[in-house]
Design a protein around this ligand. Sequence first.
Ligand SMILES: [Cu+2]
Length: 276
Amino acid sequence: MTGLSRRLRLALAAIIAVTSVMIAASPALANGLSLIFPDPVSPNGRDIYGLYVTITYFAIVIFVGVEVVLLYIIFRFRRKHPAQVGASWHGNTPLEIVWTIIPALIVAYIALVSYQVLVKDFTTEAANANSDMNVAVNGVQFSWSYTYDEGFTVQNEMVVPAGKMVHMTFDSDNVIHSWWVPALTGKTDAVPGYTNQSWIKVDPSVLTNCPSGNDRHPDEATGGCVFHGECAELCGAGHSQMKIDVLVVPQDQFDAWVRTQKAKASAPSPSPSPTP
Ligand SMILES: [Cu+2]
């Protein structure tokens, strides 16, 4: 009997230890292999990542603490024979005060650091500060379009220059969508009748060190590094098709791309073929 419970104890301890180590080590894994988020490449993406890791450390400590106490109680106070009656317990005031105050402090701390990230990265003021350019993102069922300062609109792929502060607005024509590219920034909802704002500023280092799996094939018209995301709000039958691609290129390539798009937009559209 003692042997079995010891083996059980060891097995449970091993499961807890392995799980904790896996969760703790995951942010340190190499590019593209993180179990939680891809490596962030924009300041706001980094802030969210840091916040996530901070909260995860608290969660690991709490999880391990609760499991250890739980296992201790299970084994220490288990019923030893069928006739045994459990001890009746009354409140332990100091203990109750401690286990109320400590979680309250932890939650208050998490709220504080979360609020700081929110103010820094997701307010209109933050989005408008020092922006180099604007992109108006519009969600429709079921695709995204991107309208640039120069007046043209592109579908499917957003192109931005590396190192530039890109202010973004988010709108929708029909239902709520949510624009989410985890390496760049947090989910930002595109809500009909209301304009949300956010920003990205992609590290120029991605041009020389594009995370594996994100680089554009060199024989395509534009090189660069692509970051992937998807609509994060269930928006209808085509929700899964609302993929997001953000192509990051050097400034000169971006300028050339803008010239091409402007030329396309101003070219006369082909007139309908005359009816015989
Ligand atoms: Cu959607």
